[in-house]
Design a protein around this ligand. Sequence first.
Ligand SMILES: [Zn+2]
Length: 282
Amino acid sequence: MIKLNIPTITSIEAFDACLSGIVSTDMKQNYMDTQHDILSAYDVYEAKANQLKLYEIPFIKQLKNEDIVVGDLSKGDFKHLYNYYMVKRPVGRKIYDKLMIESGGRCPYCGISETYNLDHYLPKSKYPIYSVLPINLIPSCRDCNTGKLAGHSRKAKKQTLHPYFEDECFYLDNWIDADITGYKPLTLSFFVRVPDEWSDINKARAKQHFKDFNLNTKYSLRASDELTTVWDQRNNFFDGLPDDFKKQLQSNIVESLSVNHWKIVVYKTLVEDDLLYDRLRC
Ligand SMILES: [Zn+2]
């Protein structure tokens, strides 16, 4: 997981950029007429996001494309504002690309894969009014965007982490751990071990995020690839004593990586296993 800085693009900049691509003066006027209501909704989003209470924003169930959201604008109009005027038209696309670039290129949900497109934290199917709001647009990898196991929830404990607003504890405290599940070949399984002092809501949210983004599978696959190298080089490791072996493993713990980075978790788990030296050797 990676915490992102709030986008430098303001909501008004993004909204105006998308509107600039609309050729129909009537349609553009529809957006202009409701701009005040749209910007008020944006303010509500920002306030709730800062309080980590986005789950309190209501939505209309089973909203159809033709259903009106605000003024004369339908759900379909807001989806089109994103799908066409932000994604495909030149001025809107500059905003899209800037949001992608500002993220640093690494998916904040999983922390491992390259960003591929923008994910709507509050999905545009349920919250179309936020379709082009920059702070609702999370640059993410293809897997995390399309492979989310669960959709948006209106329960506090089921909210996945919001990379722009999230509590620092998710990035500073260690809450992802692993067990060695096999020695030949060397394999690991990841799980959530939340600090006792965390609130019940944060404890539940960590587990939800881990599950929704399928992080055990993603991290286990990365670890498996990494551990193949450890396995292949094991004979070099056994030139020395068990302590030398541990030092060799420890040298892979790069301090610049975050405490929950899969690679840090892998090598910490290996270093902490006192039987590893003997088990790999025999
Ligand atoms: Zn991802």
